[in-house]
Design a binder for this molecule. Structure first.
Ligand code: ZN
Length: 303
């Protein structure tokens, strides 16, 4: 928290601006989870063909459909890929790369950070994910998205130390910002591209009995209507719309078709810059923004 006076009059944060002619930005992202989140949470599911096939839909069927969609819309997207997924589906990851999309880091086996990892464990996972993407696709990502968007307070410093330039997973802003990556004066910084659960396809669509979801599966028309409201409101505020889809979820036909309608609509908005996460981060790096420092809140004293 800052001790300066709160300036609440403008929706734009102090010092923030988009490139000339741009009034807001949108970034379409895909998390290529495939089997990895299920195997991390439920290793026994490796022996369940039904569940594995549900997850394999992403690389096997969803990604090709989404690549065709993105090609039709002449849109470059950002795919966050766990290292394990890259090793298991190397041709798919190379096809994403060859189609011109950005590839970001998404853990090795989609390890959530709430499992109280120490720094050494977190860094080992980071390096293992980097190595897999390098070996499989010769890619060195500059962006990170925590699996399940889970992030420890120590992770930004690990990202900065390992050459990352942005993170996309925090939820405290509508605009990108400069994220202090470490304690003390003049820490290294990253760019943060904030997200939110309401702009993620997992909650409305995903259902695996006994594993995730309630079994109530939303209509793509309703989901895209909700996303469109947020897009329009964020454009009015001059913010950044980051949509997160998963190929095993939104690669299904009617969901992909509804998503294409949303992309078409976004492409028709005057002054909306649609770019990869790396392109947006590179713009934010040119701005003179005061870093946002995150510190864990102190718990109140017990009486
Ligand atoms: Zn994920």
């Amino acid at each position: 928290m800052s001790s300066r006076d709160l300036d609440w009059h403008s929706p734009m944060p102090p010092g923030f601006r988009w490139p000339d002619g741009v009034r807001a930005a949108a970034c379409f992202t895909f998390d290529l989870d495939a089997e990895s989140p299920i195997l991390f949470e439920h290793p026994e599911a490796a022996g369940w063909l039904d569940v594995m096939s549900h997850q394999a839909y992403g690389p096997r069927t969803g990604v090709p459909r989404l690549l065709r969609l993105l090609e039709r819309r002449a849109l470059r997207a950002t795919f966050f890929v766990p290292g394990y997924t890259a090793e298991r589906w190397p041709d798919v990851v190379r096809a994403i790369r060859d189609a011109g999309h950005e590839i970001g880091h998404h853990g090795y086996l989609h390890e959530g950070a709430h499992g109280a990892s120490d720094e050494a464990t977190e860094e080992a996972r980071l390096l293992r994910g980097l190595e897999a993407l390098d070996v499989v696709a010769g890619v060195r990502p500059i962006g990170y998205r925590g699996p399940m968007w889970e992030l420890s307070y120590q992770l930004p410093a690990l990202l900065a130390r390992n050459g990352f330039r942005y993170d996309s997973g925090l939820m405290d802003a509508d605009h990108p910002y400069r994220l202090a990556a470490g304690p003390g004066p003049n820490p290294p910084t990253l760019v943060e591209l904030p997200v939110h659960w309401s702009l993620d396809d997992w909650e409305p669509y995903n259902y695996l009995p006994g594993i995730t979801g309630s079994g109530v599966i939303a209509s793509p028309a309703d989901v895209v209507a909700r996303w469109t409201l947020e897009l329009e409101a964020l454009v009015a505020e001059g913010g950044l719309f980051v949509l997160t889809n998963h190929p095993f979820i939104s690669g299904r036909p009617s969901r992909a078709a509804a998503l294409e309608g949303l992309i078409e609509r976004a492409q028709a908005v005057d002054g909306l810059w649609i770019a990869t996460a790396a392109e947006i981060a590179a713009h934010v790096e040119t701005l003179d923004l005061e870093p946002v420092i995150h510190e864990p809140p102190a718990l109140p004293a017990t009486s």
